[in-house]
Design a binder for this molecule. Sequence first.
Ligand code: NAP
Length: 333
Amino acid sequence: MITETILLKQRPIGKPKLSDFEFLKEDTDLAVKNGDILLDTIYISVDPYLRGRMNDAKSYIPPFEVGKPISSGLVAKVMASKNDHFNEGDYVSGMLEWKTKQISTGEGLIKIDKNSAPLSAYLGILGMTGFTAYLGLTEIGKPKAGETLVVSGAAGAVGTVVGQIGKILGLHVVGIAGTDEKTEMLISEFGFDHAINYNTTANMKDAIKKACPNGVDIYFDNVGGPISDAILFNINKFARMIICGAISVYNNTEIPQSMSVQPFLIKNSALMQGFIIFNYADKFPDAIKQLSTWLGEGKLTYKETIVEGFENTPQAFMDLFNGKNKGKMIVKV
Ligand code: NAP
């Protein structure tokens, strides 16, 4: 059976390049042993956090190995099964390798229902990024109606969902994104109250002040760096800052010099807390139930940027750092 695989050829230095990846095409005997399933990949999730796994550095998840396949969230169809928990024709999602076909023991995979939602949704709104938005905002942000929420990386997979949940919960919601097309989309399609284009705004500190006349109570941080520094000048007493991502520094080769945050936290009795979705696994059933309910009620919507072709997976991943996506970036194999 012909199988294609994408390997990490070398650890990227700075922004990832196509030459950091290697493509392998082989005719292999994918024998299904007792307990195994044979999977055919349908969708691949590309995510900013994969960049961190390409470095040889300690983190909350082990680094990828050079010369080995890259893995991320996938949706796949079971082509053959010798595993009691899965039948031929089932659809599954979970952490799998960047391969067109692969054998799995089924460990860590969940069955998904293609009649309840489009299969790609299980990599976004009903998957890791949707859970991140919901659990990050509710568990650390602890929103109260009438408060002000600012979200950076607002036009992406996590950000679009955070902002909409903020509106459902009665917050004043301000998004920060990189183009006028994206800021207009946040207001017209996702119901944000205000949106700021960080690429055309000379003074972010003043722009945030203007967009948040009552100050910032909750900051959902997807980007880090100077955008997040500008928020600190506008936080209220007892503000909560959810540190979810720092994409603006993921490709840095040296540790960036940052503003000292402590005086802002002390003066405002504010909380800044790192968020890792895997720490909230016990709450995933609650998250999927709530997100599905809101989707069903039409209170929540989502956007996907679908890139066609397995061979375009590395480019789709690299384009996250160029802001090419609106909503969730997904590869259709
Ligand atoms: P995403 O927002 O869909 O895609 C990345 C977006 O980041 C791009 O579209 C781009 O939009 C923006 N961006 C790229 N470079 C930037 C820069 N230098 N400064 C500011 N913005 C930049 O990605 P996502 O999957 O929703 O993830 C968002 C963040 O959450 C990432 O940092 C990710 O690592 C993090 N995350 C964390 C967890 C966790 O458990 N902690 C889970 C999921 C995601 P613009 O055009 O607006 O620049």
